[in-house]
Design a protein. Sequence first.
Length: 623
Amino acid sequence: MARIPRAVIDEVRNSVDIVDVIGRYVQLKKAGKNFTGLCPFHNEQTPSFSVNAEKQYYHCFGCGRSGNVFQFLMDYQHINFVEAVAAVAKDAGISLPEQYVQSSNHPAAPVDSETGQLIQLHQKAAELYHYILVGTPAGEAGLHYLTRRGVSRELIDQFQLGFAPEQQVLKAYCDKEKLDYQLLRKSGLFTEDREGQLHDRFANRVMYPIKNRRGQVIAFSGRLLSTVNTDLPKYLNSPETPIFNKRRTLFNLDVARKAARQDGKLYLFEGFMDVISAFGAGVKGGVASMGTSFTEEQVGTIHRTTTQLDICYDGDSAGQNAIDRAIKLVESQQTGNLQVRVVQLPAGIDPDEYVQRFGPEKFRQYLASQEETTVDFYLRFLRQGRNLDQQGERMDYLNQVLKVIATVPTPLEEDLYLSKLAQEFSLDKAALQSQLAQVRAQTGIRQPRPVPSQRNQLTSQSPAAVVESRPQVKISRAELAEQMLLYYMLHSQEVWAHVTATAGFHFVHERYQTLYLLAASYFTEHGDYSVADFLNYLNEDELRTTLSQIEQLRVNPAVQMPVIDDCMHIITRQTPLDDQINQVQKQLREANTLNNTELVMKLTVKLVDLLKEQQQYKAEETN
């Protein structure tokens, strides 16, 4: 198997975002310039895993693991370097020549696996439907429908919307390409008659491609243009296939999860058009289920993606009931760190209609201003169908609401809601508190904990604060000088030239000297320094960890040559001297233990000379 050229490795690595790749396996949250999460390589409760988006590498402050996107996949999936490069290349849509990924002695499995062929077929279908919509007379009806609903050409291209005409265009394409019959049967793109003949499943429908987390088309949903005088369903989804499970799939998740890393939240909408309209209004973190009820699997996916979910369903009674079911589903999954909020739209209007009626800016303002807690939602939701002027129904309402308030996490929230009820219904707040205590006793719900003190709040800070406040391993002044000097050497050609021009210079500790020598080799092939690329040169975990520690230093990015010279002085003069003194002192203690008088005398003389030299050095530094 031929060695993959460095230029190809660079192209593959630069084609993806390490945050995007790692984000599929680790829930990452924006923290300053970095992203943080729980390390996947060791058990921990407090996030110590940091991903640097700018420099494209990761580092765990807990276990010390470090590397670039290839190293992460190698460690996480237990694969070799070539397999990691091939995986990233496949993800980025880059074709690697066979000689780089296939051994002549051990032929690799066919690149076109059944899964790969099904995904490729769906992608071709999406391209065909999209072309028909925007480039042929057959798609004019679908284009008119989307335009009438306010979908711009940019949104059509963004979501790769298409149109399936009455003609059997997809089957004709597959026949022309001589695609395997059994593959077509498994794809879900066709129906089969009694004679075994295949026919396009979708006809006269606007097509919404459904994509997986990687942005690959795995299914479709087709919207019938006309529902008059027909028994056909308004929306028709692909059946479940080897690549599509509707309970696990969320529309637009491939794009929304990237937005969630910036905003810290996802918006759950009811329909595809709601997601698309919200995207056009600048709200890119929207997802929707597959035309069915919200599922446990989808909750799990959201939980791994973000820490807040805003449910934004229609404002009618059906929409409110759907919000109720969604909240209870999330709560049943015990996803403690997934915070649920509700954005209740006006009755009789959905997000798509709101955008068309009031415009993108008003929609964004509404989402920001109308976000409410689940308790606030239930204070309103539980009023449905009740006449609160009647004492019996009012008492029933209050009992139901108190069961909700009993679940709030802090005394402050509890007090807020009890005060609101006491004021609205002219009740004694103490009586409500007493009734609430009875509800807790009956349901077994614990009383909320007091708000933590300032000292205890350290544990509830953002991941960035936790990582930054994590105690670092203490290192000597000499080793800090080595780290600083190597940092500046890697990032500044001026410093590199200045240090390498010093005859006989070398680092004291072996790992820094090794990094220095590897960097010299690296710069013979690369003009510019890249952390992610340099990590490819490092075959040892200790070296990768050391490089990551160096990159984590908080130093002034502006090069100051006096600082460089100070580091070099510490490394070349003070450090060897200190090490020699420590070594002689250790030998002297051993000689005293052995009562070796002659050796004690020799070591004492040597120690005195070294101390004099050290004193002279310090005097020179002072002057």
